[in-house]
Design a binder for this molecule. Structure first.
Ligand code: FAD
Length: 326
């Protein structure tokens, strides 16, 4: 259990946030303030989504550069490979590395709606192949790693930041909408780890047992990388319905009913935050190695969840950072 006053018996777990690239100048301005508030929590990383087929490439890169230049937080770039050739994917990874981005969430992505699922997938047919490609491109660029350049005393990377080189992948506690059966979801995840992934981040789920059961099955299937639960506080009925459509994960009846029953936005906010906080508490109690929060580019609800669980304070952050620094 957790004491809301921060008098907690467990150390603060690593926290990360997901953002999406804004479409307007006004949205970009608001997002700048949101990022400042989120950065105050000292998250492990902030990830930035990538529009289907690369449609947001420039906007994603702009947002990642903002995180890199204006915060001390590690930016993580989502990349998708559906529809691209080997050469295009190679160029894309290089371009992000050139911008100083060294952490990725490698995704297959989805073919455009209505497309023949077999046609036009491109050269890379799974996220695992993109994971391999990211590693290959990184190695080609920096054959000496971060230890310096052999034979040249004192010559090290000009970068001041540590090089985290996280290569994350997606995991689906309630099953990928297109997967044959639950075993295929584990097999796919294992294939991604074998390809070089070192972190998994889950799709939304609404029941702690879905996540905990999935992690247990992944472990017995041989997956060893940390599996971060992806959690989103949902504070309006419309958004809850839209999420079910987007993710294929059915909305929880109880939350849908409570949100629908109370038209007051403040009380809807409180209901959504409480629901997400309880889910978070349950997965952390069950051993989740951290917490990945989907923000919808707003800080209020995710920070309220952290407050509700006494996880907001920076006091724990030092421990976390020390444990990652060699
Ligand atoms: P993969 O891991 O390659 O596979 C997905 C599923 O396909 C598997 O579970 C398996 O059932 C099936 N499969 C895989 N390989 C095979 C095979 N060889 N034969 C048959 N079936 C197979 N999308 C975006 O466009 N942009 C984003 O920024 C983005 N961010 C995301 C972040 C997270 C945390 C998550 C969970 C999803 C995100 N997505 C994003 C959505 C993602 O692109 C889709 O869910 C996509 O359908 C699957 O991508 P994947 O990386 O899981 O694919």
């Amino acid at each position: 259990g957790t004491a809301p006053d921060g008098g907690d018996c467990r150390p603060r777990p690593p926290i990360s946030f997901e953002l999406f690239p804004p479409r307007t100048d006004a949205a970009a301005l608001a997002l700048g303030r949101t990022i400042d508030r989120l950065a105050d929590v000292d998250p492990s990383f902030m990830s930035v989504t990538f529009g289907a087929g690369g449609s947001s490439r420039d906007r994603s890169l702009t947002l990642l550069r903002h995180v890199l230049e204006h915060t001390r937080v590690e930016p993580m770039a989502h990349l998708t490979c559906v529809g691209s050739s080997h050469a295009e994917a190679n160029r894309l990874v290089r371009e992000f590395l050139d911008a100083g981005i060294t952490s990725f969430l490698a995704l297959r992505g989805d073919p455009p709606a209505g497309a023949d699922p077999e046609a036009g997938l491109g050269d890379l047919r799974s996220a695992a192949e993109l994971v391999q490609l990211i590693h290959r491109v990184q190695e080609e660029r920096e054959p000496f790693g971060q230890a310096g350049i052999p034979g040249i005393p004192g010559a090290t990377s000009i970068r001041e930041r540590p090089r985290p080189e996280r290569v994350a992948v997606a995991a689906f506690p309630t099953g990928h909408p297109r997967s044959r059966d639950a075993q295929q979801d584990i097999d796919t995840l294992l294939a991604k780890e074998v390809a070089g992934a070192n972190l998994a981040i889950t799709q939304l789920f609404w029941d702690a047992d879905d996540y905990l059961g999935f992690v247990a099955r992944a472990r017995s299937g041989g997956v060893t990388m940390p599996i971060l639960p992806g959690i989103m506080p949902v504070t309006t009925p419309a958004r809850l319905a839209r999420l079910a459509e987007l993710t294929g994960v059915p909305a929880p009846g109880g939350l849908a009913a409570s949100l629908a029953a109370d038209p007051d936005p403040d009380r809807q906010f409180a209901i959504g935050v409480e629901h997400a906080a309880r889910l978070t508490d349950d997965v952390l109690d069950g051993g989740a190695p951290g917490l990945h929060l989907y923000t919808f580019n707003r800080h209020e609800a995710v920070l309220a969840v952290l407050d509700r669980l006494g996880l907001r304070t920076r006091a724990y952050a030092g421990t976390e950072r020390n444990s990652r620094t060699p």
